[in-house]
Design a protein around this ligand. Structure first.
Ligand code: ARG
Length: 478
C-alpha cells in the first residue's frame, strides 16, 4: 500500500474535482489514476458545452441566475468553446473529468457566477447527454462513410453487369452468376447496417436525459422538454432512474457497429481470395497494396486483412459493454464510466476502416475474362440440367439422382459435362431430346434464365442496381 493512501497528499477539494467537502483528505494516487477520465473524454466537449448553455438558459428562465450571471456564464462558455476549437484548452492534473475541467475554467473566467451553474444537475445526467449527442453525430458520419462503400460497390457492379462469374457455396463452384450480382450482395448487407445505425440514432435522440439529476430529478422546476428542444432531441426520458442508469443506446450502436464490421470483414475476405494468384480474379490498386520486406515479388492485400482484423475490436467493444452492464443494480454506478472508451474505439475503428475499404474497392481491376472462364466448369450447370428434367415432368428427386450419376460418369472419364458428346448426353437424358446441349450447358444462357428480380441475370441486376442507386440518392439526411 502506498503512503499516499494514509497520508493526504492533495487537499480534500480540488478545483477540477467536483466534490471533497465531506473528506478530510484527497484521493490516493492510485485511486485517482483509476478514476480520472480526462485523457479520453476530451472529445465530448461540444456536447458538454451545449448542455451547459441549455442549463444556464433554464436556470435564468427560473430566475435562479441573474441576467448578469447568465451573461457572464454564456460569455465564458463561448470563450471555452474557442479554446477547445483552437486546441488551447488544457486539462490540468487536478481535473477529474470533462465536467470538472469545464467548471474549473468557467469559474476562472466568470468568477462566482460559474459556481452557480452546477445547481440542478449531476454528472450522471450530463455524461449520458454528452454520450448520446456525441453518438448522434458519430453515427451520421459513419453512415455517410458506409454509403460511400456502397457507392463504389455499385460503380464496380455497373462495369461488370455482363461479366460471368462462378458463384460459390462451401468455396466450391456452385452455379454461374454475374460478377455484379456478387458485388451487390455485399452492398445490400451494408444497406441494412446503415439502417440499423440510423434506427439507433433515432432512438437515442428520443430521450433527453437532462433534468434527471443524479437519478431522482430535482426539486427545482426544471423543464425537461426545454433541454430537449435546445439540444435537438425529439423527446425526453420517461423515467429519471432509467435516464441515468441505462446504456442500451450505446449497446445498440456497438451491436450495429459489430455487424457492420462483420460485413466489412466478409467483403475483405473476398478481396483477399480474389487477389490471390490461385483465384487471380482481381488486382488491388498499388495505393492499397503493400510489399514484403524480404520477398520482392509480393503484393499483399494488407488493407483487406487489416480491416478483417479490426472486426475483432468491434466485436470486443460490444461484448465488453454488455459485460460491464450485466448485473449493475439501479441506478448509476461508476462501472458505467467504462462505456466511453469502448464506444470511442468502435467509432475510431470505423472512421479508419470505412474510407480505406472504399478506396480499396474502387481500386480493384477485375480480370473478367479469367473469371468468366471458370464460370462454366466444375459441373456448375448440373442444377440446370436437373431443373430442365423437372420441366419435362421428371420428379426432382430422380432428376437429381440421374444428373448426379452423369456427373460421376464424366468424372470417371475425366471430362466436364460440357465435353460430353451430344449423343451421349441425349442417351442419358432422353426427356431433353428437344434441347441442345450447347444451349442447356451454356453458362451465359444459364445466368440469363435466372432473371427473377433478385436474380443474377444482367437485366435483373441492372434493375437491382437502379434500386440501390435510388436508395443511396434518397438517404435520409440526419
Ligand atoms: N466520468 C463519469 C462517467 O463517465 C461521469 C459521471 C460521474 N458520476 C459520478 N457519480 N461519479 O460515468
Amino acid at each position: 500500500m502506498s503512503d499516499a493512501s494514509t497520508t493526504p497528499t492533495t487537499p480534500a477539494t480540488g478545483e477540477g474535482r467536483l466534490w471533497g467537502g465531506r473528506f478530510a483528505a484527497g484521493p490516493d494516487q492510485a485511486a485517482w489514476a483509476l478514476g480520472v477520465s480526462t485523457h479520453f473524454e476530451g472529445r465530448l466537449w461540444p456536447y458538454d458545452l451545449a448542455g451547459s448553455a441549455a442549463h444556464a438558459d433554464e436556470l435564468r428562465r427560473l430566475d435562479l441566475l441573474t441576467a448578469d450571471d447568465h451573461a457572464a456564464i454564456t460569455r465564458a462558455l463561448t470563450r471555452i468553446r474557442g479554446e477547445f476549437e483552437d486546441g488551447s484548452f488544457a486539462f490540468l492534473p487536478d481535473d477529474e473529468d470533462i465536467h470538472g475541467a469545464i467548471e474549473r475554467r468557467l469559474i476562472a473566467l466568470a468568477g462566482e457566477a460559474g459556481g452557480r451553474l452546477r445547481a440542478g444537475r449531476s454528472r450522471n445526467d450530463q455524461i449520458v447527454n454528452d454520450l448520446r449527442m456525441y453518438l448522434a453525430d458519430a453515427i451520421a458520419a459513419i453512415t455517410t462513410d458506409v454509403r460511400a462503400v456502397q457507392t463504389v460497390l455499385a460503380d464496380q457492379a455497373e462495369l461488370t453487369l455482363d461479366a460471368l462469374a462462378p458463384g460459390y457455396t462451401h468455396v466450391q463452384r456452385a452455379q454461374p452468376v454475374t460478377l455484379a450480382h456478387h458485388l451487390l450482395a455485399h452492398a445490400w448487407g451494408l444497406d441494412r447496417d446503415a439502417g440499423r445505425l440510423l434506427d439507433c440514432r433515432r432512438r437515442l435522440l428520443d430521450s433527453s436525459p437532462l433534468a434527471s439529476g443524479a437519478m431522482a430529478g430535482l426539486t427545482l422546476p426544471l423543464d425537461p422538454q426545454r433541454y430537449a428542444d435546445a439540444l435537438g432531441y425529439t423527446g425526453t426520458a420517461p423515467n429519471t432512474m432509467d435516464a441515468v442508469a441505462d446504456r442500451d443506446f450505446a449497446v445498440e450502436f456497438l451491436s450495429a457497429a459489430a455487424m457492420l464490421g462483420v460485413h466489412l470483414s466478409r467483403l475483405c475476405e473476398d478481396v483477399v481470395l480474389w487477389a490471390s494468384v490461385e483465384f487471380g480474379w482481381a488486382r488491388v490498386g498499388d495505393a492499397f497494396s503493400t510489399g514484403s520486406s524480404i520477398m520482392p515479388q509480393k503484393r499483399n492485400p494488407d488493407v483487406a486483412e487489416l480491416v478483417r482484423g479490426k472486426t475483432g475490436r468491434l466485436v470486443g467493444d460490444l461484448v465488453g459493454l454488455l459485460v460491464v452492464l450485466k448485473g449493475l443494480p439501479m441506478t448509476y454506478n461508476r462501472d458505467l464510466q467504462e462505456d466511453k472508451e469502448l464506444v470511442f474505439d468502435a467509432v475510431d475503428t470505423l472512421a479508419l476502416s470505412l474510407p480505406a475499404v472504399t478506396g480499396m474497392i474502387a481500386s480493384l481491376t477485375f480480370d473478367t475474362e479469367r473469371i468468366a472462364g471458370t464460370a462454366a466448369g466444375g459441373f456448375a450447370l448440373a442444377t440446370d440440367v436437373a431443373e430442365a428434367l423437372v420441366v419435362a415432368g421428371v420428379p426432382f428427386r430422380s432428376a437429381h439422382e440421374r444428373v448426379g450419376a452423369l456427373v460421376a460418369e464424366c468424372e470417371r472419364q475425366g471430362i466436364d459435362i460440357t465435353d460430353l458428346a451430344p449423343e451421349a448426353f441425349a442417351a442419358a437424358m432422353p426427356e431433353l431430346a428437344g434441347e441442345t446441349t450447347a444451349d442447356l450447358l451454356d453458362p451465359a444462357g444459364a445466368v440469363r434464365r435466372r432473371n427473377a428480380p433478385h436474380g443474377p441475370a444482367p437485366d435483373a441486376v441492372a434493375g437491382q442496381l437502379a434500386a440501390l442507386r435510388d436508395r443511396l440518392a434518397a438517404v435520409p439526411r440526419t
